[in-house]
Design a binder for this molecule. Structure first.
Ligand code: FAD
Length: 472
């Protein structure tokens, strides 16, 4: 349908103040932080204020076969939030924390609530929502649910699929049907688990307007050690040794030496970078702080660490800049590429995972691939759960480099699959990993799973208007 007609229809349907069609503004919603962007700008951006608005919108999309692209803060790194020619639906005006029930162990939040906002509300009650993507200051509940996001605490708490109890969703059908699925109890059997289907579905099955999320008490104390290792292999062995000793880290993250150096410089952290960095936090009772810290430092040194910085609380770790270095991973990849002479680089971030016992092999093989393709590739990630983010900054306008980057990207996925891992742990399939998903399913002899997924897509979204072109 012509742009003017769609805009006029949307204004009539929702009110003029909820529709933006000015092209220079609409363009701002067409790009992800990695540099991935829409070929042509969307027709308009709409800002629903409640489930009723979304319902009207999706009934309209169904009737007129207009594609709709749900968006939180557009921080996806897989292309899942890149729109096409259709209507972007932003959750920016759906930002209430509706209910906190500590005794029942859940919070109900609208889709546009930022993860950090959620945690501010919960901290007042001594609780937290433990899934913490490094983008948590802007990442939304709806975006995190639909990306199946994880984060630094994934080593202990897993990802969104472990923390979503129920969802209020709207379907792209004749009436824009709105319904609650799932429960407000941890134990819940409602036939097939539709909640888990929506988690990680990247806006392709239904629009999420509210989520019932599990919560957990804030830990009494968190001790942290930041250690430097002469080699990535020693670092990976240390990570495995900690797990084998029966300690379940609260956070276990790593970055190679180059990334650490650039990130430490950029954040002004007061540490001397002496190799690859392993960051380990463990949550303990207050009485156990000194004992755990001594054990951790000793274990890291015995595993080959040349220097170890410690903090007795999360606050002290923040003050010393221990976490900031790790949080600066993504900008560090860009800064490093610039140092290597790449102007205004785009960034590809891989998101593979391997079982932790295969980490040493995975790190060795993946770092070799950067050299093989002559790329300024770096590596870091959530080593505690085996989730690696090999990354590269490159010039997207040079077809020769782009070709090498694509081969590197595919080879990294091949390594993960061969070692019994997966091509995507938390960023999702989006546009970037569709081939990877097929490779992984083929390696398992599960090609049929793709057909089943396409049937599921048709059952939820018969006219294919929800975030078309993503996942399958
Ligand atoms: C610096 C940086 C660090 C990051 N660190 C991490 C990390 O540690 N762990 C991690 O998992 N990810 C990380 N990410 C990726 C991303 O930030 C997270 O996946 C985040 O949860 C996405 O939230 P968002 O609000 O930006 O969602 P968006 O990017 O806007 O959307 C993501 C997907 O969800 C869909 N969607 C959004 N809202 C809805 C809704 N209401 N209903 C239906 N579909 C919807 C979109 O269509 C899209 O497919 C990082 C990104 C950056 C830029």
């Amino acid at each position: 349908m012509p742009r003017n007609r769609v805009v006029a229809d949307l204004e009539r349907l929702l009110g003029r103040d909820k529709v933006v069609a000015e092209e220079s503004i609409v363009r701002l919603y067409a790009r992800e932080p990695s540099g991935l962007q829409a070929g042509e700008p969307p027709l308009a951006v709409v800002f629903p204020e409640d489930t009723g608005d979304v319902s009207k919108l999706l009934a309209y999309a169904y009737r007129t076969r207009t594609p709709v692209y749900p968006q939180g803060s557009t921080t996806s790194l897989s292309g899942s939030a890149v729109p096409g020619p259709g209507v972007v639906v932003s959750t920016d005006r759906m930002r209430s924390v509706r209910e906190v029930s500590v005794a029942d162990g859940y919070v109900v939040a609208e889709a546009g609530v930022r993860i950090d906002e959620l945690n501010l509300a919960l901290a007042e009650r001594g609780y937290m929502f433990p899934v913490d993507p490094a983008s948590s200051s802007v990442a939304t509940v709806g975006g995190a649910v639909n990306s199946g996001a994880g984060g630094m605490r994934g080593a202990k708490y897993g990802t969104m699929r472990d923390w979503v109890l129920g969802l209020h969703v709207v379907l792209a059908d004749e009436r824009g049907t709105a319904m609650w699925i799932g429960c407000r109890t941890v134990k819940c059997r409602q036939g097939y688990d539709l909640v888990r289907l929506i988690v990680g579905s990247e806006g392709t099955l239904a629009f999420v307007t509210e989520a019932v999320l599990r919560i957990t008490p804030l830990p009494e104390a968190v001790v942290t050690a930041l250690a430097f290792f002469p080699s990535l292999e020693q670092l990976a062995s240390a990570a495995v040794a900690i797990k084998e000793a029966g300690v379940q880290p609260y956070i276990m993250e790593f970055m190679d030496e180059e990334t650490t150096r650039v990130a430490a410089e950029a954040t002004g952290a007061a540490v001397k970078v002496e190799g690859a960095m392993l960051l380990v936090s463990v949550d303990v009772n207050r009485e156990a702080v000194e004992r755990m810290l001594r054990w951790l430092e000793d274990m890291l040194r015995r595993s080959g660490a040349t220097s170890v910085y410690t903090a007795r609380s999360a606050e002290e770790a923040e003050e010393k800049g221990l976490y900031q270095i790790r949080r600066a991973f993504l900008p560090a990849v860009g800064l490093y590429a610039e140092k290597m002479g790449v102007e205004k680089p785009s960034i590809f971030i891989e998101d593979v995972a391997v079982p932790p016992t295969r980490l040493v092999e995975a790190v060795r093989e993946i770092t070799g691939l950067g050299e093989k393709y002559g790329l300024p590739a770096l590596i870091g990630g959530h080593i505690g759960d085996g989730n690696l983010h090999p990354s590269v900054g490159f010039n997207p306008h040079d077809p020769e480099t782009l070709g090498r980057v694509e081969e590197w990207f595919t080879d990294v996925m091949r390594v993960a699959i061969r070692l019994g891992g997966t091509v995507s742990s938390e960023h999702g399939i989006g546009l970037l990993k569709k081939k990877g998903l097929e490779m992984e399913l083929r390696s398992l002899g599960a090609e049929k799973a793709l057909d089943i997924m396409r049937e599921i897509k048709r059952a939820f979204d018969p006219r294919g208007v929800l975030n078309p072109g993503k996942v399958v």
